[in-house]
Design a protein around this ligand. Structure first.
Ligand SMILES: [Zn+2]
Ligand SMILES: [Zn+2]
Length: 317
């Protein structure tokens, strides 16, 4: 666990996650008589211990947290929010679209694992790998329950004694939001803009059919704000925000060109195999590699640069 003091009397708190990024950074601000927390973490023991240590070190009673905002529904950001809501009695808010995704993916009647499996098989993923991906997805449920009671968010919010604009930045998730403080030119970025890591842009059942178009539009939206500093969900604070946005756009342009060349009557799985051949991927990583490949291939299809042939499996050419 790490705590760093940041502008507007805020704290940047690093909570461990069992993923290669190692930490999720959550942001805690005071607002008159109470605290506001942005993102919470992944529900496993190490994260709960880290929060107990953080509250002790900051000398905060969890009940002083009255509001929790979630940048998006992914388990490394929202997984611990039900637990934190029980601890704090805080109101939890997220964008309406991700509120529905949270319910769709982990709600009682979820069929998402089955839907992802169907998608994978259509795109040529071998049966065994497809089964491994499903088993892995089913395991995550323990790291997100209990689900919080969530209210939808939009417009403006107040914390750190400043007004922040809630900016819808679909792409990494369809209901992803950032918080923008105009006078400070400061952005709480979630997973929309990260340093070094390229945020995963994937095609998922029940989500946007144009995730990469959405993401690039959202990058342009943030670029137009001329943000000076971005506080991301993972990795270091970003000072050269517009430069980083250009790099991210360039990365996707290159990836699109690479896939355009590889799409010669081949399935998304075969193309993903080529792109990620140099890496030894786990089932969890394969899930994202395939969904990211589909997102790029669908982008190229929508731009009429390649064609999708609805054979079995689906191929692109
Ligand atoms: Zn995420
Ligand atoms: Zn994340």
């Amino acid at each position: 666990m790490t705590i760093e003091k940041i502008a507007l009397n805020g704290y940047r708190i690093g909570i461990p996650i069992p993923f290669p990024m190692k930490f999720i950074y959550c942001y805690l601000y005071k607002n008159t008589d109470h605290y506001v927390l942005i993102d919470v973490g992944f529900n496993y023991d190490k994260a709960k211990v880290a929060w107990e240590e953080a509250f002790k070190e900051l000398n905060i009673d969890p009940k002083e947290i009255k509001t929790i905002y979630l940048t998006h529904f992914h388990p490394d950001h929202s997984g611990l929010s039900g637990w934190m809501q029980q601890l704090t009695d805080a109101d939890v808010y997220m964008h309406e679209i991700d509120l529905h995704m949270l319910e769709r993916v982990w709600g009682e009647n979820s069929t998402q694992t089955k839907n992802v499996e169907e998608m994978n098989l259509i795109h040529g993923v071998p049966h065994q790998l497809s089964k491994d991906i499903s088993s892995h997805m089913d395991l995550i449920i323990d790291n997100v329950l209990p689900l919080p009671n969530v209210k939808p968010i939009s417009g403006e919010v107040e914390f750190g004694n400043r007004i922040w604009e809630v900016i819808h930045t679909p792409g990494h998730s369809n209901g992803h939001i950032c918080f923008y403080q105009k006078d400070e030119k400061l952005l709480i970025a979630g997973d929309h803009i990260l340093d070094k890591i390229t945020p995963n842009i994937s095609f998922w059942p029940g989500a946007s059919q144009t995730p990469l178009h959405d993401y690039i539009d959202s990058l342009h939206k943030i670029r137009s704000l001329q943000v000076e500093r971005a506080l991301p969900g993972h990795g270091i604070v970003i000072e050269n925000v517009n430069e980083r946005i250009s790099e991210l756009i360039h990365h996707h342009e290159q990836r699109l060109a690479e896939m355009e060349d590889l799409a010669q009557g081949r399935s998304a799985y075969q193309i993903a195999e080529d792109i990620f051949a140099h890496k030894e991927l786990s089932a969890h990583q394969w899930r994202f590699a395939i969904a990211e490949t589909i997102a790029h291939l669908e982008y190229l299809t929508q731009e009429n640069r390649i064609k999708r042939v609805n054979s079995s499996p689906v191929v692109y050419k």
